[in-house]
Design a protein around this ligand. Structure first.
Ligand code: AR6
Length: 173
């Protein structure tokens, strides 16, 4: 198992899968979600629409994950997950964020993938403080990865400031 921090545009990574920080409708949005849909092309939206709704407008509840092809992306698959909206930390945010990472790894293992790139789930529009998200993410990955030593995990940060936070958490954990 390897976990590394990279500073990059996630949509450019030629990995088996990249993870989308989506919302429950899975029909696109801003941030990394918008960037992934733009780079993958309209077939991604069609594939997301085809995922069954399990509630009104909900294709993926918070903490869960769904997989689609990557279409025009360099990545073969997109694993869509929905991070928690930050409400101060007392609303189960850490448990739900850990669940996102764990469920993405479970899908990657199920599909026999060898490499996966994660954005900083919930750390943008959803307001999760990165200094608190990083240790939760790394602990969840380490426990989920124990059974699959072959998976290469890249934690993809958009800028160096964010990468420094994630590197520190990786070295401290
Ligand atoms: N590559 C890597 N990281 C990126 C990229 C990119 N191309 N673009 C943004 N980031 P966010 P969230 C970083 O807001 O907080 C959407 O509208 C960004 O700097 O994309 O989980 C969805 O539809 C930040 O560190 O996701 C949801 O409604 C991190 O990715 C909502 O936003 C996550 O920021 C989800 O919010």
């Amino acid at each position: 198992m390897s976990i590394t921090v990279v500073t990059a545009d996630l949509t450019r990574l030629a990995l088996d899968a990249i993870v989308n920080a989506a919302n429950p409708a899975l029909l696109g949005g801003g941030g990394v979600d918008g960037a992934i849909h733009r780079a993958a092309g309209p077939a991604l939206l069609a594939a997301c629409r085809a995922i069954p709704e399990i509630g009104h407008g909900v294709r993926c509840p918070t903490g869960e994950a769904r997989i689609t092809p990557g279409f025009q992306l360099p990545a073969r698959f997109v694993i869509h997950t929905v991070g928690p909206i930050w409400h101060g930390g007392g609303d189960g945010e850490a448990r739900l964020l850990a669940s996102c990472y764990r469920n993405c790894i479970a899908l990657a293992v199920e599909h026999d993938l060898r490499s996966i790139g994660f954005p900083a789930i919930s750390c943008g529009v959803y307001g999760y403080p990165p200094t608190q998200a990083a240790p939760v993410a790394i602990a969840a990955l380490r426990s989920a990865l124990a059974a699959d030593s072959a998976l290469d995990v890249q934690l993809c940060c958009f800028d160096e400031r964010m990468a420094a936070i994630w590197r520190q958490a990786l070295n401290q954990a």
